[in-house]
Design a protein around this ligand. Sequence first.
Ligand SMILES: Nc1ncnc2c1ncn2[C@@H]1O[C@H](COP(=O)(O)OP(=O)(O)OP(=O)(O)O)[C@@H](O)[C@H]1O
Ligand SMILES: [Mg+2]
Length: 640
Amino acid sequence: MASVDRVPNLFREEAAIGRLMLLEPDPSARFKLTIWFDYTRKLVNAIREGDLVAIPNFGADDRFSLCQIFQVVPTHFAMATDVKGYPGFLMDAAKSASQDWTLQEEKSYEDTTKIVCEAIPMNLEFVDKPGLAALQNIPVLPEGSVPMPGKEVRLVSSELTERIINYGIPKEKTVFEIGTLLRDEKVPVKIDLEDFVKTHFGVFGYTGVGKSNLISTVISKVLNDPRDVVNVCLFDLMGEYLGLLIDLMVSGNIDSKIVCLGVETLPGPALSYVSEAKKPPETTHAPTPASLDSILASQVKVKTPNPGTGPGPQPQPDLGTAARSLLDTALLPKRLKSRTEEFLPHIKQLMQLQKLRVLYEPYKQTLRSFIDRNKSSVYGRIGEPKRIALDAFLGRKLQAFMDQELISSIAATVISTLSGDQGDFGPQLSVLIERLKEVVHQPQVDVKREYGITLTDIVKSLNSAKTRSLFIVISHDPNKIREFSRELISESFEQRRRTGQITPLSLFVFDEADEFIPANIQGSSYSDSTEAVEMLARRGRKFGLGVGIATQRVTYLNTSIMAQPHTYFVSKLPRETDRERVSEAFAIGNDVLVQTFKFHKGNWLIMSHDALGVEGIPIPIKSHNAEDRINSFLNDGKPS
Ligand SMILES: Nc1ncnc2c1ncn2[C@@H]1O[C@H](COP(=O)(O)OP(=O)(O)OP(=O)(O)O)[C@@H](O)[C@H]1O
Ligand SMILES: [Mg+2]
């Protein structure tokens, strides 16, 4: 580092000069570096995982390789490396060694104490030319050589770090900021919007680390981008995004809708609010199991009155009651629960703006798909030969109904058919009959036109660049979401393929992805959603369709889909098998993932082959907290 008139702000902790002690080849990172710094208490608190360092390389005297520290361990070389010796000696040695930690506050004078750092190359270098006035003028280039073992190592400043981290994103591209470097909140981390959406992303972390929160942030960023129109469809199995995306739901700039699959998805008052007022019902009582026989006998189409209603025309519930029922059943993030009441006016507004929709075409299922999706509970633990026999029995008995739409009258007929000769299958058939009774009791209501939506409407919106759109798909029945995901995605995809349409970007997000793309498929709805995600992951890119998946159990995911996303967010994964999957799929060392053990909620290792400024290097970040965004929305965003 010879130049005298060096650009200011190139390095930080100027007094701290480390040394490159070891350079070893590494299959995933090219090299692993071991760097030692002399220990001081001040320095050990100043060096963190994620710090960048500069090391002279073999290229030329003014070339400095850039590397990233991924592990920092204060090490006392006079202490035993294991605890297997005589306890008294070991304790004494440890006690006397421990004084060296506290005595060396700002100045290091013991040879035995080092800060041992492990690092990987960033595959970039900079040129420290004399006479460059500003940091922006420093040339940063792909690394032409490797760092020199034994040379001094310096910590890179925030200013230079920011340039390096966001280095490869061309100026003309649309970017969004996902958060900051974990170790340095002054350094924003930017993502190339188009590459991010088109090349797919995955979010992997243990329960409670902030996956849904991150998805909310990502969706908010891509939808609020002023330059590019991006449309988003989120499959919300847990029903937790009404709270996490309420600001976007009521935004005037976004065509946003909550799409309910099946009227049973809505709580009674909300359902009544969106339904036509009923004429006097055809039957005065809702059918009960006891009255099934008479229904079966007469074979009339069951018409169930609105839930919770008696005879006669029903008064429409007021908006307040309907909105309250939605709020009461919404899953709000813990930290926002104390503000529950403040959501109410926004939910009212959402209903008034007709942003709550029921899929208009009654969601069709055949008896066959119904049996398929209930297989695991109906078949229970019976062995393979009996399963085959039961399949054959059902096939024979129900042949006439298998491919019919399972409306309540058909369900009632099937129940009567199954109630006679049950062969050896009494216990299994009674489970199936119980399930069919639920179909008989399904409320049959007519949703008001303005609160209905069709698959075609949704596809049209997702493929249109006119306005930004956001669809949150919810259902009381996860099978319906899985089945619907295939219909929606294949329709959007086919339409684009037929016409060669490649814009606007549309992003499909699957939280709880192990419930959509499991390693082991059990039932036909799982193969539907797997097909949908596979189609996007393998062929979506060409047509501007992207997919995002989030899960806490990587091992339970379909392995070939897991390997498709080009951008990964990884947080704590306590199970080794989960970490191994990530490290195999992204080709990063398992040891690099160890830093995630220390992560707090909202901390991520982000890595990308395309969408970040550095390619394939994991970067520890702190993502923006979606709850902060919702909190400020509740503070300012009074509904009009
Ligand atoms: N970026 C963040 N910054 C600060 N806190 C966060 C952040 N993200 C999440 N949290 C906190 O962590 C909690 C859990 O977040 P979240 O529900 O998103 O986790 P999750 O990984 O989706 O959990 P699960 O596996 O149960 O679905 C949130 O309620 C929030 O308080
Ligand atoms: Mg979650």
